[in-house]
Design a protein around this ligand. Structure first.
Ligand code: FA5
Length: 347
């Protein structure tokens, strides 16, 4: 009977060679292993065998059944792979093919210059270990003013004309400094982060002022931080964006949330310092106000000012872009004129 089983196995292998379709393979399986299959037929006479014979035949039968199942499964999965490959070959997609609707007189999409420069600035700060934080456009009066050492009746509130919501507790954030409080509350010092984004001010537009523009806030809190550290980081930022030496000046600036506070101005690259509408005939453009974080602000953020200190800055991104590309009116940047934007489509 062992010989019979071995012959059956040989027969099975020959039959398997001949079949190529899934249904035929499954039929072959039941022809050999099914209840009325060839292997079962042979094993029917097992009852007439001696115990010794049964000991030999039993394992052999199991071995052959196992081998048949393995061969069937191998063939089925090889078939499945072949079917997938055939489909792939048939449906090949050429991802380099040109859009058939593409016409050379249509503009290809590109990054907005503010996005491109913002990404570059982010890269510079990421490489210096800064984290990137995000904050909402609709802010609380507390985050935008109160926690930044600008209480209700403080005249500094008038420095930034605010779009208020009717409850007078919420507003469209006037600066990204509102993210400072959020950052301090969610991080344990030492930490360093930047927070780029849109800000909103209810003011008249001109060559260097928009109502919706972009800032990039930065904050670094650690022990024993000095103005020297602040200046180092600001220089790193400007030299990596302009890739050349640009003339800057640092002068005292007043912001209630920093002490001391500075205005970092850049020599106007539109008029080379001679005076124009962008720099309001002064030859200098306010770009990067900054300073050492005021102890009251640290306290609002839950940080002990006797243990930690640090600096913060609020980069005017649109003006940086104007200086970088020689754009003489901020309104071109957000006017949506494709003739203007197409100059930057390769960014
Ligand atoms: C502020 O908004 C402070 N939050 C900056 C700051 C942060 C100081 C941290 C100290 C520490 P200011 O209002 O000057 O400051 O605005 C910052 C920058 O945003 C300006 O230097 C300028 O580059 C840009 N900016 C301000 N107003 C406008 C505007 N209307 N349109 C375009 N850019 C503007």
């Amino acid at each position: 009977m062992v010989e019979q089983l071995e012959n059956l196995f040989t027969e099975f292998k020959q039959e398997l060679e001949k079949v190529q379709e899934q249904a035929a393979i499954l039929n072959l399986k039941s022809a050999f292993l099914g209840k009325k299959g060839k292997v079962s037929e042979v094993l029917k006479s097992l009852k007439d065998c001696t115990v010794e014979e049964k000991k030999l035949i039993g394992p052999k039968a199991n071995e052959i059944k196992g081998s048949i199942i393995n061969l069937i499964n191998e063939k089925l999965s090889a078939l499945e792979i072949e079917v997938i490959n055939q489909k792939l070959a048939k449906n090949r997609i050429d991802i380099t093919a040109q859009n058939r609707y593409f016409k050379s007189d249509l503009l290809a999409g590109g990054q907005h210059p503010v996005t491109a420069i913002s990404d570059q600035v982010k890269d510079v700060f990421l490489s210096m270990g800064f984290e990137i934080l995000d904050g909402p456009h609709i802010e609380t009066e507390y985050n935008n003013f109160e926690a930044l050492n600008i209480p209700d009746d403080h005249p500094a509130r008038d420095m930034q004309d605010t779009f208020w919501f009717s409850d007078f507790k919420h507003l469209l954030r006037t600066h990204t400094s509102a993210v400072q409080v959020r950052g301090m509350k969610t991080h344990k010092p030492p930490f360093r982060f930047i927070a780029p984004g849109k800000v909103f001010r209810c003011e008249r537009t001109d060559a260097s002022h928009e109502m919706v523009f972009h800032q990039l806030e930065g904050m670094l809190i650690d022990k024993n931080i000095s103005v020297g550290n602040l200046i180092y980081f600001m220089k790193q930022l400007l030299s990596s964006i302009f890739e050349k030496d640009v003339e800057v000046r640092l002068r005292p600036g007043f912001f209630p949330f920093v002490e001391p506070g500075f205005e970092l101005d850049i020599k106007c690259l539109i008029c080379k310092g001679k005076g124009c509408s962008v720099c309001k005939q002064t030859g200098w453009v306010e770009l990067l106000p900054c300073g050492m974080v005021h102890p009251n602000v640290l306290r609002h953020g839950g940080i002990d000012p006797d243990e930690f200190n640090g600096f913060a800055f609020g980069l005017g991104l649109d003006r940086l872009v104007m200086m970088r590309f020689g754009i003489d009116d901020i309104r071109h940047l957000h006017g949506g004129d494709l003739r203007f934007m197409s100059q930057f489509s390769s960014l």
